[in-house]
Design a protein around this ligand. Sequence first.
Ligand SMILES: Cc1ncc(C[n+]2csc(CCOP(=O)(O)OP(=O)(O)O)c2C)c(N)n1
Ligand SMILES: [Mg+2]
Length: 572
Amino acid sequence: MLGTDYILDALSAEGIDHLFLVPGGLVDPFLPALGRQTTIRPIVAAQEGGAAYMADGYARASGNFGAALCIGGPGLGNTVTPIAAAATDGSPVLLLSGEVATALEGLGIFQDASSQTLDDVAVMKPVTVYSSSVDNPRNLAHLFRRALLEMWRSSRPVHLSLPTDTQTAAIDAKHSRIDSSIIHPSTLSRRAARESLRHLTGEAAGRPPVRIVILAGAGVEHADGAKLLRAFAEEWHLPVATTLRAKGVFPEEHPLSLSVFGYADTHHSRLALTDDPPELLIILGSRLNERDTMHWSLKLNPLNTILVNLSPLVIGQNTSGFGIVADCGRYLEWLIEQKPALAPVLESTRAERAQWLEKIRATPRLQDPENAQSDATPIHPARIITDLRRVFPRDGILLVDSGAHRAFAGHYWTSHEPRTYISATNLGPMGWAVPAAVGVQLAAPQRRVAVITGDGCMHMHGLEVATAARYRLPIIYVVINNAALGNVWLRAHLEGPMPDELSSLPDIDWAAFGASLGCRGETVRDPAELAGAFTRALENDGPTVIDVKADKHCKTPVADFSAACAAWSYHE
Ligand SMILES: Cc1ncc(C[n+]2csc(CCOP(=O)(O)OP(=O)(O)O)c2C)c(N)n1
Ligand SMILES: [Mg+2]
């Protein structure tokens, strides 16, 4: 078979059923190859960045990896930010790019981005864990396999550059599917796990912990550990907060839920994690970045923290807490098996813990809850999020973009299941959610998918609503249109007329924009009409763009995070 057929066969063997691409001369051989097979549906994006974001969305919703294809040079350059976003959020993506024929490298041929000139492989190195050219077709089979293994062992993107002669070469090999035990190796350091029992029972600190809290990060999602987390928390009545990235990994309406901690947190998580710090904090699968630690205001020490992460690099970086190198699912499974050892202490402290939690939950959870019902015009973003939640199916998937709307959605949305609240939280590239939703909808065709985005984000990747229309995907795009780069404007307008003007945007008619590209378009100016607009969008079998005229003045619900930043000094 040809190189292109080998790759498509291998992708198919790995369970990939969609390939996101933008065609171009350097990947021409893939077009007939895609016509020779029937298992992979090619999806043509408006721009290569969109294709890479779609692959990222596909990976996040499916639990498999996502694959994107583009030409090298100008096409590959467009994918740098999307691949970096996937890298920083731990999303496995395989990027394939075309390269000029090896014999012509460096001879001035059109769009040469081989190692002799622009060096695509080098461009992708900092944003992937593996970036290589397959200069010799004999290397295709093992380099392809190596790329997948590098991707899975780090849950990060990888890149292969494919010269056209590799794409068209005859390949005498067949890819065999990588076994799931290699992808999810169930790592657990048993010695460290046993040692952690001393913390759970209070032996290490000298007294049994009553106030025990779990902070769950994306590692629980990666390990498919949501059910185990719930079982362990319910067994001992332990409250659970999540990072914003992992929102939904513990159902937010559950009586033990504290909802999100860190950026866009709730009063409940702040009370339980920092105001009245727990006697034991179990942190599962979080890299403890600035936002997830509330600007490093979590007080972590070896006696009252158990930090579980697959990467030893995380342990010790932002905490002196007790660390266990483990897959979160495996550790939770092990903890559940330790019931006899844990029962004497965790049973005797249960009633007191429940009382403490009850007191916290008796206080308001949300900041400024009245905003969720606001009748003001232009519309308050909290009202938009709240009204969408009311009509959107419980198992529907929400994608949230970058801007002030991220804070409103993170705070006012309630998520019931893992992988139903998806956002690029670490790099935060504007416009990510518009194409990423295409990948999510294709990976989860039975689920409803909605996007909360901003008008600034639409300026960046809004054109990909045309891709949703082209493939008749019933995605609901909600544009919180405040005619501003809202997050920036909130700071900038205080600095005078020039900063105000620079962070303002023209009021675009996004409904007409969507309609011109094949979507249903609707404009909402009155909050009373939100629910109707969302319901009509849910009845539509194609995409809808809803332009909601929103108020740019609304303060984002990040008061706790801002206070933590203001109180913090690097020299502390
Ligand atoms: C690619 C990219 N460029 C710039 C930024 C910086 N930035 C973060 S939020 C934001 C404004 C977002 O505007 P909009 O989409 O209208 O959302 P709003 O804040 O108004 O809700 C900007 C410029 C970014 N995160 N990503
Ligand atoms: Mg805006």
